[in-house]
Design a protein around this ligand. Sequence first.
Ligand code: ADP
Ligand code: MG
Length: 346
Amino acid sequence: MPAEAILEVRDLAKLYPLTQGIVFKRQVGSVRAVDTVSFDLARGETLGIVGESGCGKSTVAKTLVHLEEPTAGTIRYKGEDITRLSGKALKAVRRNIQMVFQDPYTSLNPRMTVGDIIGEPYEIHPEVAPKGDRRRKVQDLLDVVGLNPEYINRYPHQFSGGQRQRIGIARGLALNPEIIICDEPVSALDVSVQAQVINLMEKLQQEFDLSYVFIAHDLSVVRHISDRVAVMYLGRFAEIGTDTQIYEHPTHPYTQALLSAVPVPDPTARDHRERILLAGDVPSPANPPSGCRFRTRCWKAQPKCAAEVPLLAVPEWLRGEGPSAHPSACHFAAERGVVPAEEPES
Ligand code: ADP
Ligand code: MG
């Protein structure tokens, strides 16, 4: 991917205080919602982020659009450190990095017309569309997302789920952003509608030269739209790679387990595949396991996994070895059935 990085995220972390008591709140610990997450987003690229509920996906999204301040780490936008901006500088950056939310049923104010919802960003950024121009701009946006411009005076309840998400997307586009952070934009929609909304987002990406971070809890949802995919577990990236690397050559046991649970329509392919069942539930992010956070559910776990945090890096014995060579945060990363040439002892 030779394109320039439009977003560079390094060692991003977000801790939420864990409090006890109702009247006199005492901090009794912290929830490590996101812990040292790093990635680049290239211009025009879509990075999928996938993981089970509660693993920190929305927290990553919120820090990227400044809805939450990270506890540690840096976010660079076109080379500029935007992690702790405020005032005018923050406003200028915010315009270029927009978010589309998960639930089109609750994220749209039911008392506002569609025109007011989509045009709301212009109240904060009037320079993008002068007052006299706004109605026409909003109608253009409705048209762009495949809705009838005559619907401008309707209310959210008059639309279906898929149409409401189109309205959310239109609002995300209102300020001509360069990056859109899409936090599970299709998770609340019927499967039959999901593909239509994803197709629309791909079309818009081409048309407006957008870069996407596209979050989902299911690997199959992001496959089609993503150039690269990151698999997240308990606040960290387990593995990151191109779609071929992640779907055809996963080396992290967690990714392998997630993929083994995805239904395969082709019965012959199904026969050749082993189901991996994960033991137990995701541990609490307030008290994550030592070393590798996945080790309590991993069939490959060894004493080393409890003692040492595995770094997200290309495994030594896979370096330069074709499609498998991509970063994986596992001490024993390997394709299933492939035995590492030598035991990775450090
Ligand atoms: P996901 O989007 O992957 O489901 P989230 O980012 O929403 O995960 O949450 C990650 C973890 O952080 C969860 O354990 C969640 O309970 C916790 N969390 C999220 N927001 C807050 C908050 N405002 N205060 C305390 N804990 C939070
Ligand atoms: Mg979420």
